[in-house]
Design a protein around this ligand. Structure first.
Ligand SMILES: C[S@@+](CC[C@H](N)C(=O)[O-])C[C@H]1O[C@@H](n2cnc3c(N)ncnc32)[C@H](O)[C@@H]1O
Length: 248
């Protein structure tokens, strides 16, 4: 079970059940690939404006961020500067589908692929290029939307016709990017899946007003932590986090 340690994001805002859970999984992953010899090398694919890259640099990592967006990389530079870690963050403007031209293979201790697989044209080749950057013994952290949650969200918003369309399209979506598909991508790339967590099991379902009650944010964080790896709750999470290691 993931321990419910905090409900604060790095920006100081309360975000129960969303980023704090991913952040905790990431900090545990970073610790598992850190040695006494050198700072851990992290690659954030589609890292955008640095929501994870900057705090990872603050935690001691040397972070390379690959993104196609010039604007996002400009924001990343500013945020890294403001946080005093500009020397630990390397922005690279490139397409992850040609990642091999931008970074050396097998050279990163921890590789993030958060919200990027949904954005590429060809998932399997892009994933293989990203996975190739993981050194032997290193980890990949994949965060992707859960197609099942899309159906539930449509229905709960009252758009039942759209929910039906999404439900009927689920098999194709699932084959492309469902949790099973991500695990299969990992195995095909020679990686061993170590952990799978549902991220955002309850937080999308709870009305915002419910969080105003004393202790509600902490209770929601505990609910998220205790359900993240517990079926059937984890199966309906809005996103799925997969952690896999390259043997060696
Ligand atoms: C949904 S955002 C995710 C940002 C960040 N990883 C996070 O989890 O908060 C997707 C990011 O991927 C970038 N992106 C989209 N397609 C890309 C591609 N083919 N190669 C590199 N970056 C890409 C976008 O510019 C954007 O910054």
């Amino acid at each position: 079970m993931v321990r419910p340690v905090q409900t604060e994001t790095r920006r100081g805002e309360t975000a129960p059940g969303r980023q704090w859970l991913v952040w905790q999984l990431l900090t545990d992953a970073l610790a598992s690939v850190t040695t006494d010899v050198r700072p851990p090398a992290v690659l954030d694919c589609g890292g955008g404006s640095g929501s994870f890259a900057v705090p990872l640099a603050q935690a001691g990592a040397l972070v390379t961020v690959v993104d196609v967006s010039v604007d996002a990389l400009a924001t990343l530079r500013r945020r890294a500067d403001e946080a005093g870690v500009a020397d630990r963050v390397r922005p690279v403007q490139a397409d992850v589908e040609a990642l091999g031209d931008a970074v050396a293979p097998a050279s990163f201790d921890l590789v993030l692929a958060h919200g990027i697989l949904e954005a590429v044209d060809q998932v399997a080749p892009a994933f293989d290029a990203i996975a190739a950057a993981v050194r032997p013994g290193g980890l990949i952290s994949v965060l992707a939307g859960n197609p099942v949650a899309g159906v539930l969200a449509r229905a709960l918003s009252g758009d039942l016709a759209a929910a039906l369309v999404e439900l009927r399209g689920l098999d194709a979506d699932f084959a492309r990017l469902g949790p099973g598909a991500v695990q299969e991508l990992c195995r095909s790339a020679g990686l061993l899946v170590e952990q799978v967590h549902g991220v955002g099991v309850f937080s999308e379902l709870v009305p915002g007003s419910a969080l105003d009650a004393p202790g509600a944010a902490e209770a929601l964080a505990a609910l998220e932590a205790e359900s993240a790896a517990r079926a059937p709750f984890s199966d309906i999470a809005s996103r799925v986090h997969t952690l896999a290691r390259r043997p060696g």
